[in-house]
Design a binder for this molecule. Structure first.
Ligand code: ZN
Length: 456
């Protein structure tokens, strides 16, 4: 019986240890570098050769796809990653916004007014509110804006013509030299998004070229961190804001064919267009509703709950959501062969996440998390108390060495295994008992009368 219990215990422990990891000496105040390669669609990892990134993953963790926030555009999702909030809660609801009360406008080229960013507190600020810590940023959206009256201690003014090498040099220098220490840093790069828009993700040859460059950037970042002696002690997260899908000149939804421009203001463009009606909202809605079978038209109050895209006054009274690959224009032709912004349930809109460092397990793969889950995980790594957020820390526990982690398939496997062992043992015990408790009674061998005795 003792050996049976021993066996069961081994069974249980092996499952738990497999999930628990192998680094008990993890210090919770390690540095963290968060890197985004804009528009890095999750399946690029499977379809292209990316040796540096693959090596990074083999020694760290991979989340195969990340469910990002709707709408799947750049500014909103970068802010979701660093705040753990859906777009309706952090207030950056698109790349193009309009505020009716103040008449203010926001765009990628006019994004410096703190007004737009102040509805949330990003992690680089929370990190600096802890004693003796600094943050550094190389062009992550919002890091050159004074949010809630605070700037990242080190930052670069956004300028797309600054090379990856220059951004990398600055961020690694800040991570290495400053006193008090930089514990949180961010690095942003515009590719493969720019090429995805220009050529479309279906253009394998051009995407191969740009992804090779991105992979080389990852290689040089790792090399630089190793050379500075930072590699073993720093946690690095490589992720992205959204994916990319192929567009086509045959898939155009032309608003001018359905409604006169005088009836509305087009606040945000394709593939999720934000419509501000000039006078009669119902009239505008009815005209748009029947415009195309390849576009969903929602009044603000009808937007599906799963989008978490409703409770903010910057979300306009009507939004149009194009089907995958379709482009909404007022008139004219297609300008981008690839685009994003579509429904966040579409696999083509999902980015990936990979991470490496003392906080992370080695060689672990997980199917999915939400991008709002990244924030509580980063706060945990940095030992920060998170601001209120929409993320779920337990979704990321299996990625971390210092967390207990039993995921569902493993738990079911363990339970079935234990039941099988118990059943086998019970059967064995019953058989053994029957043998011991009912011995065959001794009986003398009787010779029949007609048998010939062997010895006469
Ligand atoms: Zn883009």
């Amino acid at each position: 019986m003792l050996s049976a219990m021993k066996l069961m215990l081994t069974f249980f422990l092996s499952g738990i240890i497999a999930c628990y990891g192998d680094n008990p000496n993890y210090d919770s105040i390690h540095k963290l570098l968060l890197v985004s390669f804009d528009g890095f669609r999750a399946d690029y990892l499977k379809n292209y050769r990316l040796p540096h990134l693959q090596e990074f993953i083999e020694d760290g963790v991979l989340v195969e796809y990340v469910t990002n926030a709707f709408i799947t555009k750049t500014f909103p999702n970068h802010y979701s990653i660093v705040t753990g909030l859906y777009e309706e809660s952090h207030g950056i609801v698109s790349n193009e916004m309009y505020d009716k009360d103040t008449k203010k406008k926001f765009s990628q080229f006019n994004d410096k007014d703190p007004f737009w960013w102040n509805e949330a507190t990003p992690i680089w600020i929370t990190n600096q509110q802890q004693e003796n810590r600094r943050s550094a940023a190389a062009m992550w959206p919002g890091t050159d804006v004074k949010i809630n009256n605070t700037l990242s201690h080190f930052f670069m003014k956004y300028n797309y013509s600054v090379t990856f090498e220059e951004r990398m040099e600055s961020i690694t220098m800040w991570l290495n030299n400053s006193n008090p220490p930089v514990t949180f840093a961010t690095l942003y790069w515009e590719e493969p998004d720019a090429s995805g828009h220009k050529y479309g993700p279906g253009n394998k040859e051009n995407m191969r070229k740009v992804l090779e460059q991105v992979d080389n950037h990852i290689g040089s970042l790792i090399y630089k961190l190793k050379r500075l002696g930072l590699w073993e002690n720093i946690n690095v997260i490589i992720t992205s804001d959204h994916g990319m899908t192929q567009c086509s000149p045959e898939k155009l939804i032309i608003l001018d064919n359905c409604i006169g421009r005088g009836n509305y203001t087009l606040v945000d463009q394709t593939p999720v267009a934000a419509i501000l009606p000039r006078n009669n909202k119902t009239y505008v809605y009815n005209l748009l509703k029947n415009c195309s079978t390849f576009m969903k038209v929602y009044l603000k109050e009808e937007i599906p709950n799963r989008f978490h895209y409703h409770h903010n006054k910057r979300i306009q009274p009507i939004i149009l959501v194009a089907d995958e690959g379709w482009t909404i224009v007022q008139n004219g032709s297609l300008t981008k062969l690839g685009d994003h912004g579509y429904d966040n349930a579409l696999p083509s809109m999902h980015p990936f996440l990979a991470a490496h460092g003392p906080a992370f397990r080695k060689g672990y793969k997980k199917k999915t998390i939400n991008n709002v889950d990244i924030y509580p995980m980063m706060c945990h790594i940095l030992g920060l108390k998170p601001q209120p957020n929409n993320g779920t820390f337990s979704n990321t526990k299996c990625l971390l060495v210092d967390q207990w982690c039993i995921n569902l398939p493993e738990s079911i496997g363990i339970v079935i295994g234990v039941l099988l062992v118990l059943t086998t043992l019970t059967c064995l015990i019953i058989i053994m008992r029957n043998r011991i408790s009912s011995p065959r009674p001794f009986s003398r061998l009787q010779l029949q009368e007609d048998d010939d005795p062997l010895i006469g």
